[in-house]
Ligand binder design. Structure first.
Ligand SMILES: Cc1cc2nc3c(=O)[nH]c(=O)nc-3n(C[C@H](O)[C@H](O)[C@H](O)COP(=O)(O)O)c2cc1C
Length: 376
């Protein structure tokens, strides 16, 4: 299979409406019950053009629905009345640039993946809305990774990174074949590949196969190759603005550069600030009032100082600008390629609201009347 064939199919669909909620199961579903729900839901959703994923476990349901606004809202009105669950809280509802689970009419997934890794953790309850939204975002990221692995027939980015890590770290550019086409055309593929490569470089460093200099040179070489390959040609949709800060003295910024590229190609306007210092940040923060701020904490993770500096800058920002959305990011916060969806989810999901009693037909009418509007 050619790598370019492995890319998820592009659709020309615009105005996809996405709704995510969490609810409490009245009782745990047995496996046959979960399978019956999956089959019935997938059948109905396919007819209505709805796709998504339903995670269940720890007494919870966490569902992502995407499709035409009227269909999603109509479905939500039925789901929230379903006696199998209660305390339905909508995490976010709004327009997204493209579907995230287009080939899944409704995949039902338990709390752990087939490799035993946790997908759904018990979510924070009560008024800890932000924590809950972040945990939900992580669970949807994990589901999206399963979706990509499903659709792409295996971990192709890992294979590609395994081929390139040695020449990048040791051999110099002369030893490198041109990058495969898919890395030149898809920022999401670049991000997934960069993630895999950073993991392998860090592992090689831990096992003494690569020196610190090898690792640094590898990221410089990769950056040069990506720059030479040019910018992406993905469609631009306006999804908002974001500030991306790299703390001063960071030892590695390749992930931040790839992330800025990916976010821009996904329709975000990105104010990118390498070597950010607290004493010169005020004018930037004033000029970008209202935009979320992301603080980069390193992808390689071989210098604990990167994550520490990001946490310190994040804490300073939270104290200095209370109310501003500040997201510290790095290796521990999930896949690089998932950040556009994750950012959109986190910025929309600030105040979960009770699903019960919502007039979903009114929401559908509002959504249809104002495509592009954000709902909180
Ligand atoms: C957690 C949960 C998720 C559900 N997800 C879907 C879904 O994605 N699609 C669907 O058609 N029904 C879904 N259902 C079932 C609906 O609530 C409802 O039973 C079904 O759509 C039949 O509705 P009706 O009896 O009004 O025709 C879900 C139920 C639960 C408890």
């Amino acid at each position: 299979m050619l790598l370019s064939e492995a890319l998820p199919a592009r659709t020309d669909e615009t105005n996809v409406f996405r709704l995510a909620y969490v609810s409490r199961a009245r009782r745990a579903l047995t496996r046959p019950e979960a399978e019956a729900l999956a089959v019935a839901s997938a059948g109905q959703n396919r007819e209505r053009g709805v796709s998504g994923v339903l995670l269940h476990g720890h007494g919870l349901f966490l569902q992502w629905l995407e499709g035409p606004a009227a269909e999603v809202c109509d479905l939500m009105a039925r789901i929230e009345r379903d006696p199998r669950h209660e305390e339905v809280a909508v995490l976010c509802a709004g327009w997204i640039g493209q579907r995230r689970f287009s080939d899944w009419s409704m995949r039902v997934i338990g709390p752990t993946g087939s490799d035993g890794a946790a997908i759904l953790v018990p979510l924070a309850g009560g008024d800890r809305g932000r924590t809950r939204a972040a945990q939900a975002a992580r669970a949807f990221d994990a589901a999206a990774r399963l979706y990509l692995a499903d659709g792409l027939g295996g971990p192709i980015w890992e294979d590609l990174a395994a081929d390139l890590v040695q020449p990048l770290a040791k051999g110099g550019e002369a030893a490198l074949a041109p990058l495969p086409e898919v890395l030149l055309t898809s920022p999401r593929a670049r991000a997934a590949f960069t993630d895999a490569l950073c993991r392998m470089l860090a592992q090689g460093w831990t096992e003494d196969r690569f020196t610190g200099l090898d690792v640094a040179l590898a990221s410089v070489r990769l950056n040069r190759l990506l720059l030479r390959a040019g910018r992406s040609c993905e469609p631009i949709q306006s999804r908002g603005a974001v500030v991306l800060l790299v703390p001063e003295n960071a030892t590695e910024i390749i992930g931040a550069m790839v992330k800025a590229d990916l976010l821009r190609a996904s329709g975000y306007s990105v104010k990118f600030l390498p070597a950010a210092q607290t004493r010169t940040l005020a004018p930037v923060l004033d000029a970008t009032e209202g935009c979320p701020v992301m603080v980069y904490g390193g992808r390689l993770g071989i210098d604990a100082g990167d994550a520490r500096r990001a946490r310190a800058l994040g804490a300073w920002l939270a104290g200095e600008r209370p109310g501003r959305t500040v997201l510290t990011c790095g290796r521990a916060t999930g896949a690089l390629s998932e950040w556009p969806d994750r950012l959109e989810f986190l910025t929309q999901a600030r105040a979960p609201f009770a699903g019960r009693g919502v007039d979903w037909s009114a929401v559908a009418a509002l959504a249809a009347a104002r495509p592009g509007a954000r709902m909180h």
